[in-house]
Design a protein around this ligand. Structure first.
Ligand code: SF4
Length: 916
């Protein structure tokens, strides 16, 4: 770039796409007044390392070009191990957000006490001192009255866990909510079988990938290594079978199997049926030594709401209480840990303790006997022959019995797997069941945590597996998703928090019910209401809740709401005070990303964990602050800083490396008597990590990968001998929770809130389960199932990217689905509808929204699909946010079609469509 002053640059850049926003912002006086630059001075130009904030798990390294204090360009950092120089459209739009005209520029106070989506809040600017005084006073009152009445909420705009884990814990409120929850049952399977949040395919060695649902890459981290690995694997010849109502980008790289939305569980259990009843081949050794398949159980089922369910505990040894197995060598029942297990029976019925018992795997085989491909075809529309062929292919490609040598160690080699990467249309009352079924398919193939197969995120020596007394894998202590698998150990009635933990023992919190409970706490057996609602980190329940109306009602009733916000959005519309937050490029961030690259020998391989450490690349453009510093300040004034500091010193980021402590080692510990900032916290953690180097360790690249010494160390199999832990094919924790729930309701003589207890309990079956639920299928009146899908322009709302005008401009040019309603041409013709028609979509639950029709052959004929999150309501948003259909309006947020184990909502309901 030729030498230009900052002023010349801003003037001359108006024609360039990137600079349009900059010059617009400058014209409106958006730049910090203190940043005056002499017109004649030579420009100071430098590239600064940063990290992208654009994903839910943002792990791409960037370089930002800064000219005289103004960020003018962003590119992928070629030295970053995660993205190696790549950036996706979201990452490339980040600078637009920095100078976005809709940012909150100063603290704001509401002057209009009336609240509503269309009500002008009457904002007035106030000083930071005034803002802190008002909000601190409210927090103080809350703390003195009852700390539980403080409700906090974070969203996916978070890059680290400092705020979430520390402030709320020190304050003493159990009501720390996140916008995650209603769709998050997808962590159940990986947590149960690998102790990690997400299943991941061993792309480097896998030859056959059955993808149930979401596409890899285009619906997630496009520039990440994950996508690169996927593309490399496809180029290498990995066969991809994509079961999805929509022909995603992944489906275009292999075979597309169109399926009716929300029915995948039927197909998965049918695959299990074919494997057990027709093919008769599974990895018997794996099942004997690594699962609870041989544990003995009485086949005592009951029928709830017409569905056969099983809540049985194992048959146990009278002396030790341990689960029994049938040892074929001994011809007797023995405790499960009597030997490694390769002589244990996998199938069969036995006479033990005077009872007729069977193995857990036999029980599963019996439960799926009627779940044939023909049965599944009725539910899913997938031809029985296709399901049968896929089951056959999985078994063939898995090469059961084969081994592979890596770094001199012999591993089982299972290069085939089924993967349900994430959430979506399958969020419904059977969502947990889908993840159970997927894991059982993989366990039958013996592919868990071995080369070619189904891996977790965290690996190697950091991931020490612990077991319960029954030998089953326990998810890591302190992991927020641990409860998804094991539930509460004891149910205490009444609930103490709005997470309703005694009614939903496996969930983090039932986000969509919080708002109903806030308006009507008694019906949920709660004896207090929220007094102060404090939202930070991008939390926005109005955008993420299934139906905004109950949230609006609750927000109107909460006496005081304040937010730390980057943007004006639907939520700030209800705030009493809005505190302006630094943009990602203005703030410090330290992020312990739970991500692992491929195993193998390429230069990006063998990385165990990623550390991201970002310093501000520009001075704050507006009068904003780092939100962690605000929390430290609140803690100081409220007198809880010593407690908060103690928690921080104890460990808030987990471990980066096995030989380093999780918390701050004594030399680097924070002292609550000495003032500190979040920048100090980051520096101490970095110094501890990098032997005193601190920020210098990340001066070139803000993303650091920690490598394992060899490839074999990255497989869990390497670290844990056979029988060290077992994973469930029979999900005994579900059964335990069902038994406890029934007892709690009976003992306290109460009704389950707004639901029939039998409906609740049947979803806890530990054995394979299937039932039809309200809204599972289209009806004559509502002949479509609605589906929301993501594109690489719109994944989630991290750092407000949905309303980023640069991204929107690009999207307008390149995405024909933007804000459209997709329908198969033949179905549209039946209804007399044509391309470009304005249509109304009406849900079986009464919600209505509108949009423009786009005809597509890439949609299952029973499906009506909508991309992204549009049609926003509220007065303070950028104009284009209001355009397009509002998906969530169509959904139901009450207990009629909820998944009772995880509290997840039905994300694909029946709808009708007609001309506007
Ligand atoms: S994949 Fe995610 S982290 Fe990477 S550039 Fe895109 S938005 Fe940023």
């Amino acid at each position: 770039m030729s030498a230009v002053s900052r002023r010349t640059f801003l003037k001359g850049a108006a024609a360039a796409g990137a600079a349009v926003a900059l010059s617009g912002a400058a014209a409106q006086g958006y730049f910090a007044p203190g940043a005056a630059v002499k017109a004649d001075a030579a420009p100071v130009e430098e590239w600064k390392p940063a990290t992208c904030p654009g994903c839910h798990n943002p792990i791409c390294g960037t370089q930002v070009k800064v000219v005289d204090g103004v960020a003018v360009e962003i590119k992928g950092d070629p030295n970053s191990p995660t993205n190696q120089g790549r950036l996706c459209p979201r990452g490339l739009s980040v600078v637009g957000g920095l100078y976005h005209p809709y940012r909150v520029k100063k603290p704001l106070k509401r002057t209009n006490p009336e609240k509503g989506l269309d009500v002008d809040p009457g904002w007035v600017e106030i000083t930071w001192d005034e803002a802190m005084e008002i909000t601190t006073q409210k927090l103080k009152e809350c703390m003195e009255k009852d700390p539980r009445t403080l409700f906090t909420m974070t969203g996916f705009g978070n890059e680290d866990s400092f705020k979430r884990l520390i402030f709320e814990a020190a304050f003493g409120t159990p009501n720390s909510l996140t916008t995650s929850g209603p769709l998050c049952a997808d962590h159940f399977g990986p947590m149960a079988t690998k102790g990690t949040k997400v299943d991941k395919c061993d792309m480097e060695r896998c030859d056959y990938l059955l993808l149930m649902g979401r596409s890899i890459g285009d619906e997630w981290g496009l520039a990440h290594q994950n996508t690169k690995e996927y593309v490399d694997a496809v180029a290498r010849g990995m066969k991809v079978v994509c079961v999805n109502p929509r022909k995603t980008n992944s489906a275009q790289t292999g075979e597309w199997v169109p399926i009716a939305p929300g029915t995948d569980v039927a197909m998965c259990w049918a695959i299990v049926n074919v494997m057990l009843h027709e093919i008769g081949r599974c990895d018997e050794h794996f099942l004997k030594v690594r699962t609870n398949a041989p544990y003995l159980i009485e086949d005592v089922s009951e029928t709830l709401k017409g569905t056969k369910v099983c809540f049985q505990d194992y048959v146990r040894d009278g002396a030790t209480g341990k689960p029994l197995v049938w040892d074929e060598a001994a011809g007797a029942a023995v405790p499960f840990d009597s030997s490694v297990g390769d002589t244990y029976a996998l199938f069969g019925e036995f006479d033990v303790q005077g009872k007729q018992v069977k193995t857990c795997l036999q029980l599963i085989k019996d439960y799926v006997v009627d779940m044939t491909p023909e049965w599944a075809e009725e539910v899913t529309t997938v031809p029985a022959a296709t399901t049968r062929r896929i089951a056959q292919e999985l078994v063939e490609y898995a090469r059961i019995g084969s081994t592979i040598e890596i770094d001199g160690e012999t591993f089982p080699f299972r290069p085939a797997m089924a993967l349900a990467p994430g959430r979506g249309a399958n969020s419904n009352p059977l969502n947990v069941e889908l993840f159970k079924a997927i894991e059982v398919v993989n366990e039958l193939l013996g592919n868990i945590d071995v080369p070619g197969g189904s891996l977790g995120l965290e690996h190697g020596d950091l991931h020490v597996m612990k077991t319960d007394a029954d030998g089953l894998l326990l998810p890591p202590e302190g992991d927020s998703f641990k409860n998804q698998v094991i539930g509460q150990e004891k149910l205490v009635f009444p609930p103490t928090s709005y997470k309703l933990e005694c009614f939903y023992p496996h969930e983090l919190h039932v986000m969509q019910l919080v708002w109903r409970a806030a308006v009507d706490p008694e019906s949920y057996y709660l004896d207090y209401k929220p007094e102060v609602f404090f939202v930070l980190g991008g939390g926005n329940p109005l955008r993420s809740n299934s139906n905004p109306e109950p949230v609006v009602e609750a927000l109107k009733q909460i006496p005081f709401t304040f937010t730390i916000s980057l943007w004006m959005d639907e939520l700030t519309q209800f705030a009493d005070v809005v505190l302006p937050e630094h943009h990602a490029l203005e703030r410090y961030a330290l992020w312990n990303a739970t991500w692992i690259s491929n195993k193998g020998t390429s230069d990006y391989s063998r990385r165990l964990r990623i550390l991201e450490a970002r310093k501000p690349v520009v001075e704050p453009v507006f009068d904003t602050r780092q939100q962690e510093d605000l929390l430290i300040e609140y803690a100081r004034v409220l007198g809880i800083l010593p407690k908060m500091t103690g928690i921080a010193n104890g460990g808030f980021q987990g471990k980066f490396m096995a030989n380093k402590p999780a918390g701050l080692a004594p030399d680097y510990a924070l002292n609550p008597k000495e003032p500190y900032t979040y920048a100090d916290v980051c520096e101490r953690k970095l110094k501890m990590q990098f032997d005193g180097k601190g920020w210098d360790a990340v001066s070139e690249c803000a993303v650091v990968g920690f490598e394992l010494p060899d490839v074999k160390s990255s497989y869990i199999w390497h670290w844990h001998p056979e029988n060290a832990y077992r994973i469930p094919v029979y999900f005994s924790y579900n059964a335990r929770s069902a038994r406890m729930l029934r007892e709690m309701v009976t003992e306290n003589n109460i009704e389950f809130p707004h639901a029939d207890i039998d409906e609740v309990l049947r979803q806890y079956s530990a054995a394979p389960l299937f039932f039809e639920f309200e809204g599972m299928h289209p009806t004559e009146e509502y002949p479509f199932k609605v589906l929301q899908f993501k594109t690489h322009f719109q994944v989630n709302d991290s750092s407000g990217l949905s309303y980023n005008h640069w991204l929107h401009d690009v999207e307008k040019h390149f995405d024909p689905n933007l804000k459209k309603v997709l329908l198969a041409p033949a179905r549209a013709a039946e209804l007399g509808l044509a391309e470009g028609d304005e249509v109304i979509i009406e849900s079986m639950y009464g919600g209505k929204t509108s949009g423009v029709l786009h005809l597509s052959e890439m949609i299952h004929p029973t499906t009506l699909a909508i991309s992204g999150k549009w049609g926003a309501k509220g007065t303070g948003l950028i104009d284009f946010a209001h355009e397009g259909p509002h998906y969530n309006t169509l959904l139901n947020d009450d207990e009629r079609d909820i998944g009772f184990m995880m509290g997840n909502l039905n994300n694909s309901v029946a709808v009708k469509v007609y001309k506007a």
